[in-house]
Design a protein around this ligand. Sequence first.
Ligand code: ADQ
Length: 489
Amino acid sequence: CEKQNGQSSKQRLLVVANRLPVSAVRKGEDSWQLEISVGGLVSALLGVKEFDARWIGWAGVNVPDEIGQKALTKALAEKRCIPVFLDEEIVHQYYNGYCNNILWPLFHYLGLPQEDRLATTRSFQSQFDAYKKANQMFADVVNQHYQEGDVVWCHDYHLMFLPKCLKEYNNKMKVGWFLHTPFPSSEIHRTLPSRSELLRSVLAADLVGFHTYDYARHFVSACTRILGLEGTPEGVEDQGKLTRVAAFPIGIDSDRFIRALELPQVQEDIKELKARFAGRKVMLGVDRLDMIKGIPQKILAFEKFLEENPDWRDKVVLLQIAVPTRTDVPDYQRLTSQVHEIVGRINGRFGTLTAVPLHHLDRSLDFHALCALYAVTDVALVTSLRDGMNLVSYEFVACQASKKGVLILSEFAGAAQSLGAGAVLVNPWNITEVAASIGYALNMLADEREKRHQHNFMHVTTHTSQEWAATFVSELNDTIVEAQLRTSK
Ligand code: ADQ
């Protein structure tokens, strides 16, 4: 906290992310409706109350007219949000193109786009140019709202060019950058045509953060191998300038989940769900409908389990709640059809006239409904093929104080490093292993469930999103003080 006029005030924080935590829907020439967006970054940062924070980002909608822009800016100001207006062409090239089609799959080890390689290579440069242009537009808005002493916290792979743009505006700005996805092995990163420019732009930040030590190590290796810079225990050094690189594992606002379970409305939902699935064990998957979440692999493993364990067929139900994202991208449309096809087959094979073993919903659930579902679940299934952290696993654990259900967790999720000792870890590509783990989890005795749950519950309730943000910002402040001391020596 800083002292101003004898009154304590919180430190000003500018959170910059591609998307604002709300989506805007136009209701008239100058009226807008705002809805909370779904996603890990939003869940983590909404719980952060220790700072005087403002959020800068794109509202997810094209607003070409001045009247609309003014009205939206005013509506967002009430939520402490500041919009960056991006036109359709930029969104197409920067967001759908460079971010979602190139960086997202690459950082999750799915490689650069395979189809129509030549077309991709040709459009690559224009997408990268749009990426830089969009990042510059974010920098312009940050610069307009920046006040001396503010901490500017840039988020995710959409904004790797931003630290450089900000430092060009003002070298004294305190700039941190945090990546929510994995940072891949340097051997993967080096396939990216703009590999060096992106690394150098990120290195303009004072502090660079990742969910795990492995991701931080991969980033430092990429800087040493690709840029020929020196890696030190603190980070990366370039001609005497140190960029601090470290791991800051994210968490959730666990109290919010624990408190929600006490609400009469949630208690009522829990009662209804228990009655609805009486006599059956409940398994749960909650994901954005994304390639990286391994949803087809998960339900194929469930099918194998039912195939091999006829006694369980009428005693277990899998609820898969998958909120659609990036619905205009062909790969995501194909994924949706593929999932629907497998769900139909499984229910056709193992359903009866009165019950089906798999309920798949293509939608998001509101917070309270989600808490009730987590609370009645016996086994949660997180089978990400790669995942920066995976907060669903944390949310499930937070809601399991009375049931002490089992978490089956992919070893390729960052969360495997924090919840690995309490979860049943699996390789999601190995469907036979996941099917066997489902059987193991469903049959696990109370003693073992209790021990595993306690381990994870302790972690989730002590490593919260508040602590994550406070640690990152305090490390950023310290890094800057240390750098000043170094240069004054
Ligand atoms: P995501 O890929 O979005 O986040 P995750 O961390 O699991 O993944 O967070 C998803 C969030 O969205 C959770 O809070 C969950 O409750 C919510 N959600 C998902 N499906 C939902 C549904 N159907 N209905 C309602 N809510 C739903 C990215 C990275 C992750 C990283 C986070 C935070 O990909 O690896 O953990 O950022 O850094």
